[in-house]
Design a protein around this ligand. Structure first.
Ligand SMILES: [Ca+2]
Length: 276
């Protein structure tokens, strides 16, 4: 595993071992008086194998697309939303570390962490069509159809807009909360309401972002999802990562790296009685 992959798991593993499931050493949720604090209302849970180091998570039609990471074990796959059965899987060449994925019409883009390579694939077969190169690191990726652009994160507070055909950079926006940069933006979701949702690496926070200003408009705390998993399910699980809006709904699928659970959630101001 890489340093990046190892850190969170080591922190949480040691925290859980020492404190016997105390939450005191878990990442502290970011709070702000200026934006709503949202939580996760769980609608449904899906169990699955914990073999996915989830980096990219997106739904197109009735297909859940997922890209995973780590050198030597990165893959991209298509899963049926109806029954969560895996339909197709293609491994990345072993020296590439997969990161975010997104589908723009007839192209699935898959980026890589430090390889500077973006791969364009056929979304129906996952077959590789071509590659382009880019500068810097690749973390998260999503498609803003209304703006005809891709949005990409690189581990900093900057989001880069890209042409969906050429992958050329067309501008950036700096993401801030109360005027302060929000670093380590990871997996992205371009939501139907125009917002961009972003996991923040090594936390249970999801930021809702206005892509025109970069302002965070809400902070979502996913800690209850982690706390709801059994100790066995947490074993080997890594950071919270992966957000995919279910088209036409206010619901999202969220998960984490090597998590054995996908949670179908709404982001709500307060969890209803009996939830979380
Ligand atoms: Ca996504």
């Amino acid at each position: 595993m890489t340093v990046r992959a190892r850190t969170f798991a080591a922190v949480l593993t040691s925290a859980l071992a020492v404190t016997a499931c105390s939450s005191t050493t878990q990442p502290t949720p970011v709070t702000s008086d200026s934006v709503p604090a949202l939580t996760t209302e769980v609608v449904r849970e899906y169990n699955r194998d914990n073999d996915a180091f989830t980096q990219g998570f997106e739904i197109d039609g009735d297909i859940l697309y997922e890209g995973t990471g780590l050198e030597g074990s990165s893959f991209v796959r298509r899963t049926s939303l109806e029954n969560m059965a895996e339909l197709d899987r293609v491994d990345l060449q072993s020296d590439l570390f997969g990161e975010g994925i997104t589908v723009d019409d007839d192209t699935l883009w898959q980026i890589t962490w430090q390889d500077g390579v973006a791969i364009a694939r056929d979304p129906d077969t996952l077959a590789e069509r071509r590659r382009v190169s880019y500068q810097g690191e690749g973390w998260g990726l999503c498609t803003q159809r209304s703006e005809d652009r891709l949005v990409m994160s690189d581990g900093s507070s900057t989001l880069t807009f890209r042409d969906p055909a050429s992958f050329d950079a067309e501008g950036t926006v700096n993401v801030t909360l109360d005027g302060e940069p929000v670093e380590q933006l990871n997996e992205l979701e371009c939501a139907e309401d125009g917002s961009i949702y972003a996991n923040v690496w090594q936390t249970f926070d999801i930021m809702r972002i206005d892509p025109d200003t970069g302002n965070v408009t809400a902070v979502i705390d996913g800690t209850p999802l982690w706390n709801s998993m059994s100790a066995a399910d947490r074993t080997g699980a890594d950071v919270f990562n992966g957000i995919a809006q279910i088209p036409g709904t206010d619901r999202f699928l969220v998960t984490g790296k090597f998590w054995p659970t996908i949670f179908e959630v709404r982001f709500t101001e307060t969890a209803p009685v009996g939830q979380n």
